[in-house]
Design a protein around this ligand. Structure first.
Ligand code: NAX
Length: 328
C-alpha cells in the first residue's frame, strides 16, 4: 500500500472548504489508490465548524482517508504537507482600497508561506485559491525561499473550465471535444480567455466561431464576470465549482495533461510571452510527472497581445504594491 499523502486545506470551514474536503477524501484529488491525511487550518473562530466538518468526514467512512488534524497553528497545519490548498483569505469588503486588501492578505499569506518553508515536505505543491490569488501566491512564495518558486501556483482553472463551457454552449460541441483553451494573466476581471489556439473536435475554435464581436462583447466578459453572475443568482459566491477547479488543478499537476491538450495555471513567469519574470500569471501549460512546462511557440495576434498585456499590467501593479508594503 502507498504512503498517505498529507493534504493541508486552509479556510477549511468555509464554503469552498466544505465542497472540497469530501472530494479530496474520496480520492478525486490524487487518485483512487492514494490514501490521504487531511490537515485543516483555520482561524480560532473557524475551528468549531471545522470540527463539525471533520465529524461528517468520519461519517463517510472513506476508505482512503487516514486521519484528520484540525489546528489554528500554521506550523502544525503545514507539518509534512505534500499538497497545500490555500483557500482561506481576507475578502474585499465595502470601501476597501486595493492597498488595504493586499496588506490584509499579506498578513495571512506571508506567515503561511514561512510556515510552509519551515514545515512542509520537500515535494510540497501549493495552490492558492484565496483572492487576490495570483498576488497572494507571490507573497507566500517570497516568504518561502527554501521551496522552489515553481511550487507556488494560483488557480485560474475555474476560469478555464468556465471558458470551455461557454465555448461548448456557443458551438453546440461537447465539452470533451474542446482542447487547448488558455487563460492568460490574472484571476480577475482583466483575465484573457484565449480561443485562438483552442480546438473543437480538432478544428480551430476561433475559425469555427468566426465572430470577433461575440468574442469581445460576449465570451470574454461572460467568463471574466462569471463570479459576479453566480453571486447575483445564488446569493453566495462560487463554491462547488471553485472546489472542483481546485481538484482539477492539483489532479492535472500531479497526474499530467492528456496528449494533444493543455491546461491553464497561474505560475511564476519565466519571461515567456513577454510576461515579466517572477510575477504569478496564468499560462498554457502541459504537465508530466508532477512538473509543468509553459507551452512555447504560440503565435500571439494583436487582439490577444493587447489583452494579455492589460492583465499582466495589473499583475505588475499588484506586485509593485506588495513590494512597497514590504510583503515580498
Ligand atoms: P468563506 O468566507 O466561506 O471561507 C473562508 C474561510 O477561511 C473561513 O472559514 C475563514 O475562517 C477562513 N480563514 C480566514 N483567514 C484564515 C487564515 N488566516 N487561516 C486559515 N483560515 C482562514 O470563503 P469561500 O467562499 O470558501 O472562498 C475562499 C476564497 O476563495 C475567497 O478568497 C474567494 O475570493 C476565493 N475564490 C477564488 C476563486 C478562484 O478562481 N481563484 C473562485 C472562488 C472564490 O471566489
Amino acid at each position: 500500500t502507498r504512503t498517505p499523502v498529507n493534504v493541508t486545506v486552509t479556510g477549511a470551514a468555509g464554503q469552498i472548504g466544505y465542497a472540497l474536503l469530501f472530494r479530496i477524501a474520496s480520492g478525486h484529488l490524487l487518485g483512487p489508490d492514494v490514501p490521504v491525511n487531511l490537515r485543516l487550518l483555520e482561524i480560532p473562530q473557524g475551528l468549531k465548524a471545522a470540527e463539525g466538518t471533520a465529524m461528517e468526514l468520519d461519517d463517510c467512512a472513506f476508505p482512503l482517508l487516514r486521519n484528520i488534524e484540525i489546528t489554528d497553528d500554521a506550523n502544525v497545519g503545514f507539518a509534512g504537507a505534500n499538497v497545500a490548498l490555500l483557500v482561506g483569505a481576507r475578502p474585499r469588503t465595502k470601501g476597501m482600497e486595493r492597498g488595504d486588501l493586499l496588506s490584509a492578505n499579506g498578513g495571512i499569506f506571508k506567515p503561511q508561506g514561512k510556515a510552509i518553508n519551515d514545515n512542509a515536505a520537500d515535494d510540497i505543491k501549493v495552490l492558492v485559491v484565496g483572492n487576490p490569488a495570483n498576488t497572494n501566491a507571490l507573497i507566500a512564495q517570497a516568504a518561502a525561499p527554501d521551496v522552489p518558486a515553481e511550487r507556488f501556483t494560483a488557480m485560474t482553472r475555474l476560469d478555464h473550465n468556465r471558458a470551455i463551457s461557454q465555448l461548448a454552449a456557443k458551438t453546440g460541441a461537447a465539452v470533451s471535444d474542446i482542447k487547448k483553451l488558455t487563460i492568460w494573466g490574472n484571476h480577475s476581471a482583466t483575465q484573457y480567455p484565449d480561443i485562438f489556439h483552442a480546438e473543437i473536435a480538432g478544428k480551430n475554435a476561433a475559425e469555427l466561431v468566426n465572430d470577433e464581436a461575440w468574442l469581445g462583447d460576449t465570451f470574454i466578459p461572460t467568463v471574466a464576470k462569471r463570479g459576479a453572475a453566480i453571486i447575483e443568482a445564488r446569493g453566495a459566491s462560487s463554491a462547488a465549482s471553485a472546489a472542483n477547479a481546485a481538484i482539477d488543478h492539483v489532479h492535472t499537476w500531479v497526474n499530467g495533461t492528456a496528449a494533444g491538450d493543455w491546461t491553464s495555471m497561474g505560475i511564476p513567469s519565466d519571461g515567456s510571452y513577454g510576461v515579466p519574470e517572477g510575477i504569478i500569471s496564468s499560462f498554457p501549460v502541459t504537465t508530466e510527472n508532477g512538473t509543468y512546462k509553459i507551452v512555447q511557440g504560440l503565435d500571439i495576434n494583436e487582439f490577444s497581445r493587447a489583452r494579455i498585456d492589460a492583465s499582466v499590467k495589473e499583475l505588475t501593479e499588484e506586485r509593485d504594491a506588495v513590494r512597497e508594503l514590504g510583503l515580498i
